[in-house]
Ligand binder design. Sequence first.
Ligand SMILES: [Zn+2]
Length: 463
Amino acid sequence: MKLTVWGAAQQVTGSMHLLELDKYKILVDCGLDYERNTWLEENEQFPFSPNEIDVVILTHAHIDHSGNLPTLVRMGFAGQILCTPPTADLTELLLLDSVNIFLNKQRKKRKGKKEFSSGPKPLYLHKHVMETVDRFVTIGFNKSFRINEYATLKFIPVGHLLGAAAAVLTIDDEGKQKKIAFSGDIGRKNYPVLTDPESLPEVDYLVCESTYGGRKHRATNTIEEMLVETVNEACVKSAGRLIIPAFSVGRTQALVYSLNRIFSKGLLPRVKVFVDSPMATYATEIFRKHHHLVNAEAQEFYRQEGDEFEFNNLEYIEDMEASKAISNYFEPCIIISSAGMLEGGRIQDHLFYNIQNYYCTILFIGYCAKNTLGYRLLRGDPIVTIRHRELSVYATIKQTDLLSGHGDHDDLVAFVKQQDPQKLRRVFLVHGEISSLESLKEALVIENYDAEVAEKGKVYFLE
Ligand SMILES: [Zn+2]
């Protein structure tokens, strides 16, 4: 069989791996690659014919793994998409959001330019998302699913996001049995709401993510300790407001649950909490729907205290009027809103009104890519532009990596080390910046693994 890494090769986004058997082609993930400015056009070019692909396996819902599926369908892919039930639901939500982002980009250009010119053409539309969702076939964790006479699939939980899985394939390659695993993104232990990553079975080949290769999570305290300290400083001692930019799917639920635990234990006075993101509300419903998949601690909390994502002083904000009204709320409060990198979304309103407020703290809990407002604030820019206005930054800026959904260097090495180096024939490293990939490779080679940084488009023959 042959493996070709077509995406997330020597970069983070655009996961897409092609596994070719004698008479069958399997694509693992089909993510958006948004590394370059020309990404909209680039994602329309597949290095193979979409109608040649027999089946897609989707590891999890994040858009860098799922976001180009509707393009694949639009361009002729006619097979099924295999994923876990939460991944199907969360992917639908995230793909529909992608369409809205595409349409906004198009409209913005229209406003800025002449009346008749249009912005970039959307990569796909709602109807393509619905056609994609129609192809989903859901498979529970740890169940063997026979794809056909050549291939059997098992999804193993890896934490990271509700529904996220490593895909383990058992292949009959001309009479010879081979196992190959695709890690997807690997989460970390003791993450709020999510279960810990589970062990993989022994495999012959492993395609492994490397996001945090060479980097370690710095913080030594827990998420709850960090939140108690930050909320105390921002909202109790100085009666100000705490703004937390957070992705609506995953991070927001982890935050809400952690705050719920803190308040129910009486570790903080019940400061008002606003979750200002309609998408977070929908995503929370999906978490409730698949409640049996949350970790044992959250299950126990549910039995003792009730809904993990609901408490007295919490308000989910739906419409714009209510969102704007938060500006007139003068009591101390916590505002959780998207987008995480501060590019667009309702968070921009909250920053616009609060960035010049000495009594405001902004807590960053996720990665901010270069050229985003979040990046500029974290860099310490004294003046930033929001909604075409230059504003001085008087708010306090804080950052933590405690809520990162990725395991760090040690977690990645431990993940691979579950495999016997004598039996694992090769590890292909993907989904990382060059320095991360090289650091992880080096660490694995020292441990006697045959590890290599996968090259885009190179065909690897898996004997
Ligand atoms: Zn991910």
